[in-house]
Write a protein that binds this ligand. Structure first.
Ligand code: KIV
Length: 269
């Protein structure tokens, strides 16, 4: 059952979970794609720090700055008339200093007009989560594979396969819910564990590589559109093969220019 919501808020997401309606979420980093995504009826647009990889070509999410995130977020906010816009706090803007975390979040909300922020981690960053929430800023958690900690993990493989890590993840999820987070992203963990967290918690749990037992799904837009063709994790479903389509279009354009086929008489003044 899907209801026709005019504007998605954090309360609407809770209503969706309560009514067993799955939540759809995709990333966007720019005005043009965000407008298409929003008009297609997505519930949540995530201005992810994956922009560091996808837009800037960095190997990890660590180099992207708060200024970069605000630039991407303000472009997306202008395009979103229905979706809730959530923005990642980048690496270094919230860990270990809750006052800095609040300042970073206020900058995002004030300068981009976004609706919420997302932070990676559980008990290690709970002070930051709590302080941000005191300012009335909605917070989304992110557990499991947290890419800002890639140098601690060493690889991008599935997290929380061992009991101790799975138990910590469940405790962290409860901590985030009790602090007042409106939702949590679970990335690349076993489907059974993700389902358990979703059943235990009241708030919406959004999965990426976390199976079908959660309350919604998120993917990186450029991955599901098939633009990033060298990235092939098992959890990714491609809905287009835009790498091939764009490659073919550009090759055709190059040929047309070289052969003086473009522009023709109808394309000149
Ligand atoms: O930055 C991002 O795109 C994310 C998603 C993978 C959830 O955090």
């Amino acid at each position: 059952m899907t209801k026709d919501y005019k504007r998605i808020t954090t309360n609407v997401l809770q209503e969706m979970k309560d009514n067993n309606e799955k939540i759809s979420m995709l990333t966007s980093y720019d005005f043009t794609l965000a407008k298409i995504v929003d008009r297609a009826g997505i519930d949540v647009i995530l201005v992810g720090d994956s922009a560091s990889n996808v837009m800037a070509g960095h190997e990890t999410t660590l180099p992207i700055t708060l200024d970069h995130m605000i630039y991407h977020a303000s472009s997306v906010v202008k395009a979103a008339s229905r979706a809730l816009v959530v923005v990642d706090l980048p690496f270094g803007s919230y860990q270990g200093d809750s006052k800095k975390a609040l300042r970073s979040s206020i900058r995002i909300m004030k300068e981009s007009g976004a609706h919420a922020v997302k932070l990676e981690g559980g008990d290690e960053i709970i002070d930051s989560v709590q302080r941000i929430l005191t300012a009335g800023i909605p917070v989304m958690g992110h557990l499991g594979l947290t890419p800002q900690s890639i140098y601690k993990f060493g690889t991008y493989t599935v997290r929380a396969k061992q009991e101790a890590e799975a138990e910590k993840l469940i405790e962290d999820a409860k901590l985030l819910q009790n602090a007042g987070c409106f939702g949590i992203v679970l990335e690349k963990i076993p489907a059974d564990l993700a389902k358990k967290v979703s059943n235990k918690l009241e708030i919406p749990i959004i999965g990426i590589g976390a199976g079908n037992g959660v309350d919604g799904q998120v993917l990186v837009l450029h991955d599901m559109l098939g633009m990033t063709h060298e990235f092939n994790p098992r959890f990714l479903r491609r809905y287009l093969n835009l790498y091939e389509d764009i490659n073919r279009a550009v090759k055709n354009y190059v040929d047309d220019v070289k052969n003086q086929d473009f522009p023709n008489k109808n394309e000149e003044y």
